[in-house]
Design a protein around this ligand. Structure first.
Ligand SMILES: [Zn+2]
Length: 376
């Protein structure tokens, strides 16, 4: 084996330059001193530059000194106490590190706000207002990696895993709203627009609300659950569905009777929009306007029907085909075309007199509606 001694080239060069300087008549010691000061200055500059570039990086959320190893939020005033040489930053919240007591809460909240860093004080104000403890915030943001979005000063949107919630701090108390979804046959969920009200057991306190958000599992109604916790959730889901169904019937009833005041009518549409797409809502409202009964509308006012299917069921009912017959083709698996075909077939089974009466009836309602509209 051949041993090659390591040669530090820099030193060699310095030796030459010293020689050169000597030849030029400069003293060696003076030059050495200059080199020493320059390298020290370079080191300080590098550390300062490194600190500045770390602070410039928005992904770096937390800072610490590699000497004391106490974590700080990147906005903490105590960062000034850390020298450039020991200054370090990280993008994730290290769970095994001591955290500064002054900026602990802010550091946790920062984990959940994403790009909305400038509004962190507003987030802090919301969580202070609803009195969420540090430990709940830690569970939410660090353990469960929740993302939060302040919609306005009284509404906080919280996303944990695939579910999104709205924690509403209303004038009469807190509310919890949960994203709408449809359970598909394969057990997966399809998320639709809007939110529905979520029942919270034990009263609507911030802690109960966060408990629901943190422990919610989407597979509750899929598996017949065994544990106590899951049973409670299954019950919560049932209650929620029940509450929604009751409100739904109340809203439809009002639309059918035409008894809503203008603001109540608008509220009713808002509620329907939280459950259905716009075109579906139109079909439901049309049915009510054209004189269908609550029971008739309930046949098609279901999220599993798209607006086109709803229309076929609605027009079947308006043609007086009969509830029983309409139900025979009111199946989500049938296409709009298939539904229309079935509807016409059923309609043509009626006697000519019945068909005549049907058209007459239809014409009369149209005329009545036109008169009513003109009167407005
Ligand atoms: Zn701090």
């Amino acid at each position: 084996m051949v041993f090659i001694p390591r040669v530090t080239r820099g030193y060699e060069r310095q030796d030459y330059s010293a020689l050169l300087d000597e030849l030029k008549g400069l003293s060696v010691t003076e030059n050495d001193e200059k080199v020493h000061i320059a390298s020290e200055k370079q080191g300080v500059d590098a550390a300062t530059r490194c600190r500045a570039s770390l602070l410039d990086n928005p992904k770096m959320l937390y800072a610490y000194s590699n000497k004391s190893r106490v974590l700080h939020d990147r906005d903490c005033s105590k960062l000034a106490e850390i020298s450039d040489a020991h200054f370090r930053m990280v993008s994730e919240f290290p769970v095994d590190m001591k955290v500064c007591s002054e900026c602990y809460r802010r550091a946790i909240i920062r984990r959940g706000v994403g790009d909305d860093r400038k509004r962190i004080p507003a987030y802090e104000r919301f969580f202070n207002k609803v009195r969420v403890s540090d430990s709940y915030l830690y569970d939410l943001m660090i353990k469960n990696k929740a993302l939060v979005k302040l919609i306005d000063n009284n509404v906080m949107e919280i996303t944990v895993r695939e579910d999104t919630w709205q924690f509403v701090c209303g004038s009469t108390g807190y509310e919890l709203w949960h994203n709408n979804y449809i359970c598909l046959k394969d057990g997966s969920r399809y998320f639709t627009k809007g939110f529905h009200r979520q029942t919270v057991f034990g009263g609507y306190t911030a802690h109960n609300i966060l408990r629901v958000i943190l422990t919610y599992r989407c597979d509750i109604h899929k598996s017949k659950t065994k544990t106590k916790l899951d049973k409670r959730h299954a019950h919560e889901e049932l209650l929620k569905e029940h509450e929604n169904r009751r409100e739904f019937k109340r809203v439809l009833g009002g639309l059918v009777d035409g008894t809503f005041r203008k603001d109540e009518y608008e509220d009713a549409l808002l509620f329907l929009n939280s459950l259905f797409e716009n075109n579906q809502v139109k079909e439901i409202v049309k049915g009510a306007e054209r004189g269908l009964s609550l029971q008739q509308i309930l046949i098609y006012a279901k999220p599993e029907f798209v607006a086109g299917q709803m229309k076929q069921i609605r027009s079947g009912l308006e043609l007086h085909i009969g509830k029983k017959y309409v139900k025979s083709y009111a199946l989500p698996e049938l296409s709009v075309k298939e539904m229309r075909k079935a509807k016409i077939k059923l309609f043509l089974k009626k006697s000519p007199v019945e068909i005549y009466l049907c058209f007459k009836d239809r014409l009369l309602t149209l005329v009545k509606r036109k008169k009513k509209n003109n009167a407005k």
